[in-house]
Design a protein around this ligand. Structure first.
Ligand code: NAD
Ligand code: ZN
Ligand code: ZN
Length: 235
């Protein structure tokens, strides 16, 4: 699924060479950039001194090459890399959302705070299953509580823009994750990822309802943090 690139090749693609490392510590392993990587894990061989430190091409942050490879190997190995300091994303970030369905339709009622438009209802459905290698406990079952989950957006120009980006986020498996629910404390269960949704229609008992004037801008910001920008919604 990742075009046969090794982790080393993926990481190298996003790096520029560093001739003389600065007198700073690598913030992944906390060891000086001038010395060897503090990461000692399986499959870490010696690297020549010339390529032991790399600078991420866009943001300029520097790390031990081996530390970046180790970080990549700890993720879902989708060909993308995220700078641990400034969160700049290299490549296309994807998540570990389990298989399921996303549907939406317009309902002819207005949300509190959006009296002039109808409402988009999104319905997410994810069944329970078995965790894959990209999940915290591979091979172990995960639960899925409260599905189908219904979510609401105003059917305004901006609301429809957010919907388009949420569809991209769904395809990249970034809407849900598997982990421990901060609401219930249950582990190995499907949880919301870092993109907030409104799950109440006419009330706001949970704080996940309307009115909330900043909501759409917050969601756009959260989507941007996942690497999904307005350009992605143009397709
Ligand atoms: P979580 O509690 O780990 O929270 C992750 C993020 O989702 C947080 O940012 C949180 O603010 C947000 N969030 C929490 N509750 C939300 C809600 N009701 N609507 C919108 N966003 C919410 O994530 P989680 O465990 O996926 O979320 C808890 C929600 O899951 C519950 O409110 C409920 O809707 C659903 N649930 C239902 C049952 C059930 O048996 N019906 C059981 C467990 C959870
Ligand atoms: Zn390091
Ligand atoms: Zn950075």
């Amino acid at each position: 699924a990742r075009k046969g690139k090794t982790p080393e090749e993926v990481v190298k693609k996003y790096l520029q060479k560093v001739k003389s490392p600065p007198e700073e510590d690598c913030t992944i392993c906390m060891e000086p950039l001038g010395g060897p990587s503090g990461y000692k894990g399986p499959g870490v061989g010696p690297v020549s001194r010339a390529e032991s430190v790399g600078r991420l091409a866009q943001c300029g942050h520097q790390y031990h090459f081996q530390c970046l490879v180790a970080m990549y190997n700890n993720g879902n190995k989708d060909g993308s890399l995220q700078c641990p300091t400034c969160k700049t994303i290299y490549g296309v970030k994807t998540g570990n959302q389990p298989a399921g369905k996303m549907e939406y339709h317009v309902i002819p009622h207005s949300l509190p705070g959006h009296p002039d438009c109808k409402t988009i209802r999104i319905i997410y459905n994810i069944p329970p299953g078995i965790q894959g290698p990209e999940h915290p406990n591979p091979g172990k079952p995960f639960t899925a509580r409260g599905f189908p989950r219904h979510c609401y957006l105003p059917d305004s120009e901006k609301g429809r823009r957010v919907l388009r980006l949420l569809l991209v986020a769904w395809d990249r498996r970034l809407i849900f994750s598997v982990g421990t629910s901060s609401t219930t404390g249950e582990s190995d269960t499907v949880i919301w990822n870092e993109v907030h949704h409104k799950t109440e229609f006419g009330s706001n008992l949970t704080g996940h309802g309307f009115p909330d004037p900043g909501h759409l801008d917050n969601v756009l910001e959260e989507l941007r943090a996942q690497g999904i920008t307005e350009d992605d919604g143009l397709m």
